[in-house]
Design a protein around this ligand. Structure first.
Ligand code: NAP
Length: 332
């Protein structure tokens, strides 16, 4: 039996479970020469998938209606007619939300569960880890002694950005949505300070207090009012890495953010959008550092693992309520 999740409707605002459709087929897919049969083990749910559910031009094409949704997946090779892969191998790749599927092997990477837990290849050793490392280094250009603020700090990308900041000798301040997350930022990930944006009335003042020397780098995962407040605290030559804007992904009207230009001009500051796939030539370098720091225990990570294929849509929707600490992953 094979289960598949299709995009049924383009969400209007916040996605709901009725935007997804489950389809069940009785027979296992058959493979031909050169192909593999894959059984899904872990599925990554990510905020950027929300963008692909809309019919809007972006850096990746939208998902098609009534077709399977795709994301980062770890799968086991259960049958192979492709000489590059053996039965029993585990692979990672952009694959369909299906319990079983056929692949020709293109775009798949073998992953080794003896070197790291398989789920880590969807997080710290996967796309979100690469995003943290490359976004911070390539655009943030950190220098020891500087101050870094990270929003979405307790999530998959943010928690790694903050830890890399500490490894590189920065003062690191995280913004996240609960006191429990703020406590985790400080005790588990070594952040110097944290701000709970849900309970802090004056975020601009709270940033000023946590960053007495001003902010040199802002790693922005959320956009919206948190990022507006940050602009009042930037230093001359500050670098603002626009990695994501989850606070506006479900907006149906144009957001009413403040004008960034005066802040950038006054401070000779840089603001640049970041897309991890633009830096694929640097993935080996990022992987080398991330896996090295992990094995030296300079870096750690959190995962929120949800059980069961049927819970993929809910796990995805829960990202918008901050139900995850670290990487949100579904175990099949
Ligand atoms: P994540 O941070 O693990 O999960 C999303 C988090 O966003 C939630 O846990 C929640 O935490 C926070 N959030 C939700 N609604 C919010 C709101 N209205 N205001 C403030 N925070 C809100 O997700 P991720 O995979 O690490 O991704 C983080 C960001 O990076 C996303 O914007 C994503 O699109 C972006 N990203 C970009 C790239 C790229 O190449 N550009 C690659 C990967 C990810 P709280 O409890 O703190 O609210």
């Amino acid at each position: 039996m094979t289960k598949t999740i299709l995009l049924k409707n383009r969400p209007k605002g916040r996605p709901t479970t009725s935007d997804f459709e489950f389809v069940t087929e009785d027979n296992d897919p058959k493979i031909s020469d050169g192909e593999l049969l894959l059984e899904t083990t872990y599925v990554s749910v990510d905020p950027y998938l929300r963008g692909r559910m809309s019919d809007a031009k972006s850096y990746v094409p939208p998902f098609e209606l009534n077709k399977p949704i795709q994301s980062g997946v770890i799968a086991k090779v259960v049958a192979s007619k492709n000489s590059k892969f053996n039965e029993g191998d585990f692979v990672s790749g952009m694959l369909d939300w299906k319990t079983k599927q056929v692949s020709n092997g293109e775009g798949l990477l073998k992953v080794d569960g003896n070197k790291a837990p398989l789920s880590a290849y969807l997080g710290i050793l996967g796309m979100t880890g690469m995003t943290a490392y490359l976004g911070l280094n390539e655009i943030g250009k950190p220098k020891a002694g500087e101050t870094l603020v990270v929003s979405g700090a307790a999530g998959a990308v943010g928690s790694v950005v903050g830890q890399i900041g500490k490894i590189l000798g920065l003062r690191v301040i995280g913004v996240a949505g609960t006191d429990e997350k703020i406590e985790m930022l400080k005790s588990k990930f070594g952040f110097d300070a944290g701000i709970n944006y849900n309970t802090t009335k004056d975020i601009k003042g709270a940033i000023a207090e946590a960053a007495p020397n001003g902010v040199d780098i802002y790693f922005d995962n959320v956009g919206g009012p948190i990022s507006d407040a940050l602009l009042f605290n930037i230093n001359k030559f500050a670098r603002i890495v626009i990695c994501g804007a989850i606070s506006v992904y479900n907006e149906t009207e144009l957001p009413k953010s403040i004008s960034v230009q005066p802040f950038l001009v006054k401070n000779s500051a840089l603001m640049q959008g970041f897309i991890v796939s633009n830096y694929s030539d640097k993935f080996p370098e990022a992987m080398k550092h991330l896996s090295g720091w992990l094995s030296e225990e300079k870096l750690t990570y959190s995962e929120t693992i949800v059980d069961g294929f049927d819970n993929i849509p809910n796990a995805f929707i829960d990202l918008f309520d901050g139900k995850n600490k670290g990487k949100m992953i579904v175990k099949i």
